[in-house]
Design a protein around this ligand. Structure first.
Ligand SMILES: Cc1cc2nc3c(=O)[nH]c(=O)nc-3n(C[C@H](O)[C@H](O)[C@H](O)COP(=O)(O)OP(=O)(O)OC[C@H]3O[C@@H](n4cnc5c(N)ncnc54)[C@H](O)[C@@H]3O)c2cc1C
Length: 440
């Protein structure tokens, strides 16, 4: 990575994170029990859990902690996986599926518990996560989510159109679900909080330390960086949408997809009262959705599809601005202060992967855009894999995605088609005057 590539993107989170946390590079040759590649939520959570369990741990990060998706995301602590609990039980079988659902259910708690336990200053609020629907198809998804998660004891409920309007201040939705497990954080401060907690527990986190090569010899795993090397008993690769060629073929286990976020300047009193008065984290039950929230200073923050092939480029600014005004017409003349992008990692099954690449070598990635809670939980699961305990995540061999090179183009096409289908569905149902729960 060049210095330019390693520079922080000019995002809202960098601007409001306070003084930079600078971790010194690795220098010299050192022996360690566990070496971790990547200092995002996954790697840092693994480091924290392993250091707390008494292991010697070093983290190698090509830039600085939180530089990847962890410091650039929308900051919404989303509950659950993309798939519904019953779909997970079908995919993995009843017993394993139940285990996964229980773990997924605990993921938001894990984030907010770590924040409280380590006193992390990251603007954490937990008013709940709301998902709005504009079509019959979307409502079907919400109904299934509420039915299946409430059967498993989660605090979720379906809201009528009027309740949704009152909760969010937008007339865009026919119905919504409220899932009280979710909330919002300042993600870069959370990443730095995890790094501080891991270092406080004894782990060493090295910035500006790309892992350049990885090989096994008779003594263990050897990881070379620019100015030093590690000899480790076990290695965890936690590089998600930024996975490079460190381990042959690993980059083809996920498809990196750019997502894009924009934030307004702090809103005036009138807009603050009208937009998301409960400060919920919101997304949509659509094929191509946006997600939005307020930050601690009263900025409206909205994310959507990015420039698919290059997250560093501004992305589709007009798209997210237009979506913001569709939801809240009073945003029409506000000034947009920040725009930035980053890479998420998608999998074919829409589920995260904990992969065993070789004895003593694991990788955890593929959060499909919902990684704050799940990457934190993955780090904990990877720590279990290292200590020889049985993780709740299924441990799989590495699977390459067929026709990987064409997948980004495929996703691009699916997004275009999805946008069109969403629009048609919405228009048809508006014309048909769909009446719903709570309509007057
Ligand atoms: C714009 C955007 C918005 C999002 N919004 C949300 C949201 O609101 N809610 C939510 O739950 N999820 C969201 N996500 C997803 C979430 O941010 C990610 O799933 C999560 O941060 C992944 O964490 P990670 O630690 O696995 O990977 P990352 O945070 O991406 O970290 C990977 C790290 O690995 C490092 N690395 C790569 N190769 C090497 C190497 N060879 N040597 C050393 N270091 C290396 C990189 O520099 C990087 O820092 C969003 C993602 C994006 C991009």
């Amino acid at each position: 990575m060049t210095d330019d590539q390693r520079a922080w993107p000019p995002s809202l989170w960098v601007e409001t994170a306070g003084p930079e946390q600078v971790c010194a590079p690795l220098s010299g040759d050192t022996q360690v029990e566990v070496a971790i590649v990547g200092a995002g939520f996954t790697g840092l959570s693994a480091a924290l859990h392993l250091a707390e369990a008494g292991h010697t741990v070093r983290v190698l990060e090509a830039a600085q902690p939180g530089w990847g998706a962890s410091g650039r995301n929308g900051g919404q602590v989303n509950p659950g996986w993309k798939l519904l609990p019953e779909e997970i039980e079908t995919l993995h079988g009843r017993e394993q599926g139940r285990c996964i659902n229980t773990m997924a259910d605990a993921a938001c708690d894990l984030v907010f518990d770590l924040i409280a336990r380590h006193d992390m200053d990251c603007d954490a609020v937990r008013p709940g996560y709301v998902q709005g629907a504009q079509s019959r198809r979307g409502i079907g998804f919400l109904e299934n989510w509420v039915r299946q998660w409430s059967a498993r004891g989660a605090p979720v409920e379906l809201l009528s159109r009027r309740e949704t309007m009152e909760l969010l201040g937008t007339e865009a939705y026919l119905q919504a679900l409220l899932d009280r497990r979710g909330g919002n954080i300042q993600p870069l401060r959370y990443a730095r909080g995890l790094a501080s907690a891991a270092m406080g527990a004894g782990a060493l986190v090295h910035g500006d330390s790309p892992a350049l090569s990885l090989r096994r010899d008779a003594r263990g795993w050897r990881l070379a960086s620019s100015n030093g090397s590690l000899l480790a008993e076990q290695v965890l690769i936690c590089t998600n949408g930024y996975t490079d060629s460190l381990w042959p073929g690993l980059a083809t286990a996920v498809v990196p997809v750019a997502s894009f976020v924009a934030a307004t300047e702090p809103l005036d009193v009138q807009r603050l009262a009208a937009i998301l008065p409960g400060r919920h984290a919101v997304s949509e039950a659509r094929r191509v959705q946006v997600y939005y929230r307020m930050d601690a200073d009263g900025r409206f923050v909205i994310g959507g599809r990015g420039n698919l092939f290059n997250a560093a480029q501004a992305g589709d600014v007009a798209h997210v601005h237009a979506e913001a005004c569709r939801l809240f017409p009073i945003l029409a003349h506000v000034k947009w202060q920040f725009h930035w992008g980053g890479y998420t990692a998608m999998t074919l099954s829409h589920t995260p992967k904990l992969m065993k690449l070789a004895p003593g070598l694991h990788a955890g990635m593929g959060y499909n855009g919902r990684g704050i809670a799940m990457a934190t939980m993955m780090g904990k699961q990877m720590a279990l894999a290292v200590t020889g305990e049985q993780p709740d995540m299924p441990v799989e061999p590495m699977s390459r995605i067929p026709l990987h090179g064409l997948r980004q183009a495929g996703i691009s096409f699916r997004l275009m088609a999805g946008t069109l289908l969403d629009r048609c569905e919405h228009l048809t149902e508006r014309r048909g005057g769909m009446r719903l729960l709570g309509d007057e």
